[in-house]
Design a protein around this ligand. Structure first.
Ligand SMILES: Nc1nc2c([nH]c(=O)n2[C@H]2C[C@H](O)[C@@H](COP(=O)(O)OP(=O)(O)OP(=O)(O)O)O2)c(=O)[nH]1
Length: 114
């Protein structure tokens, strides 16, 4: 997903994976299901936890949990992003990713190469 203009230029219009912040009482896997439904009107199933990344941006730090998920359909409705792309793993490297996502992208590419 490509982000909207953001107050932090190092996140503005970068590509990111769909998701968002954990709400009180939620597990990370519950968060990703809820956020993807809220942001994309898409129903997904979490298959497995993929990688936890800790990243320090100049103004804040994040701990990001990523998951391999499946969905019965690729249909979605954008509400919070300016565009999206469905990509094979070997196409991921070409995008301008938010810095925290690079380790996830690298791991996806390595796993698919095997
Ligand atoms: N969803 C998502 N967020 C990411 C990724 N990479 C990355 O650095 N982030 C950052 C951007 C945001 O600062 C934070 C996620 O918060 P969020 O999606 O709830 O977005 P936000 O802070 O812009 O929104 P909000 O709380 O004001 O509604 O993590 C990613 O791949 N996906």
């Amino acid at each position: 997903m490509r982000t909207r203009p953001n107050k932090f230029d190092y996140i503005s219009k970068k590509f990111e994976f769909p998701g968002g912040k954990i709400e009180s009482g939620e597990s990370p896997a519950e968060t990703v299901v809820r956020e993807i439904h809220e942001e994309l009107k898409m129903n997904i199933e979490v298959e497995k936890e993929f990688l936890v990344v800790n990243h320090q941006y100049p103004d804040f730090g994040i701990e990001m949990h990523s998951f391999i998920c499946s969905t019965p359909t690729r249909e979605l409705e954008l509400s919070e992003h300016i565009s999206f792309k469905w990509l094979d793993a070997n196409e991921l490297e070409a995008l301008d990713w938010a810095a925290a996502d690079i380790l996830i992208v690298d791991k996806l590419i390595k796993e698919i190469e095997q």
